[in-house]
Design a protein around this ligand. Structure first.
Ligand SMILES: Nc1ncnc2c1ncn2[C@@H]1O[C@H](COP(=O)(O)OP(=O)(O)OP(=O)(O)O)[C@@H](O)[C@H]1O
Length: 301
């Protein structure tokens, strides 16, 4: 079984399912992204996994090896973490450590270790109010690791950051995933593609695509021809519909997207097609669809 598994996970607010029967299995030793547009239900899902809110229905189970309250095994960084700006980074981590049940001495030593891990050793005596966005996120990640969790859950950890902050946090996540399983939410496919092995795409509370990132990238990498004509195309598609090389065709006014099995056959057939030759062609582009195309399509962007 996965490190954490949900069956039929559902959260209903005012009669509407914010999360609608999601079955997830988060693997150990893997970085997983929960992807989806705004309002898809990512935060609600993560909040149920962390135990911050209760599910309306469905179950959440942690691997049998980890007994008792699952919060012992989860480190969590919310989407909008709050810090005491007047504390130094070090004081904040020590304070968090003591809240997590460490003695002051243990918290001090753990804070040294964690602040070094997140690259904040040199700034540990500075007040948090003077930290950049990226530094604050890294401090938040250090805090979420205080009790050595098995699974680190990060809600949109880079969304609010400038490019430098994003890079800092993504690089840190790459280092952390070597030691800790990570589940993070994002609405940016590129972030997931950069650091994840597994992805779950949700939309309107439902899971629509899941699996190994490389397999999904391969699966959705299809040869495609994008055709653009001067005039809208009327009923041209009927000649193409029967072709064995055609996988899918989408005609929108003067734009045709033809996803094909065999690019050579398709190219030749299209370029010699009588009805097509009568059209004024503005562009004929040969490319490959990507997971990004699919993501854009399913998220309606
Ligand atoms: N406490 C609440 N009461 C009522 N509706 C809520 C509550 N929390 C979330 N929702 C609704 O549930 C849906 C999912 O919200 P959620 O915050 O989980 O989405 P999200 O994918 O994290 O979006 P974002 O990227 O904008 O944070 C939204 O329609 C939201 O308005």
């Amino acid at each position: 079984m996965g490190l954490i598994k949900t069956v039929g996970l559902t959260k209903t607010y005012n009669g509407t399912n914010a999360v609608d029967g999601i079955d997830l299995s988060i693997k150990e030793g893997v970085c997983t992204a929960l992807l989806g547009p705004n309002g898809a239900g990512k935060t609600t899902t993560l909040n149920m996994l962390t135990g911050l809110i209760n599910a309306t229905s469905g179950t959440i189970s942690f691997d049998d090896r980890y007994m008792g309250d699952r919060r012992k095994y989860i480190g969590y960084l919310p989407q909008y973490p709050k810090f005491y700006g007047w504390m130094t980074g070090e004081e904040y981590i020590i304070f968090s450590g003591q809240l997590a049940g460490l003695t002051k001495k243990e918290a001090l030593s753990r804070s040294d270790e964690l602040l070094s891990l997140v690259g904040l050793s040199e700034d540990k005596k500075k007040r948090v109010s003077g930290y950049s966005g990226g530094m604050k996120q890294r401090l938040g990640i250090a805090q979420s690791l205080i009790h050595s969790p098995k699974l680190l859950i990060l809600d949109e950890p880079v969304s609010a950051l400038d490019p430098i902050g994003r890079r800092e946090v993504l690089e840190l996540m790459k280092t952390l995933k070597e030691k800790t399983s990570i589940l993070f939410s994002t609405h940016v496919l590129h972030d997931a593609e950069e650091i994840c092995e597994e992805i779950f795409i949700i939309k309107k509370g439902k899971l629509i695509i899941e699996g190994d990132l490389v397999e999904l990238q391969r699966k959705y990498q299809k040869p495609t021809i994008y055709l653009n004509t001067e005039e809208p195309i009327e009923d041209w598609s009927t000649t193409i519909k029967q072709k064995e090389w055609l996988r899918h065709m989408d005609v929108k006014k003067n734009k045709i997207t033809v996803t094909v099995e065999d690019m050579d056959m398709a190219r030749e057939a299209l370029l010699t097609d009588e009805s097509l030759r009568k059209l004024k062609i503005n562009s004929f582009e040969v490319a490959k669809t990507t997971l990004e195309d699919l993501f854009m399509e399913v998220t309606g962007k």
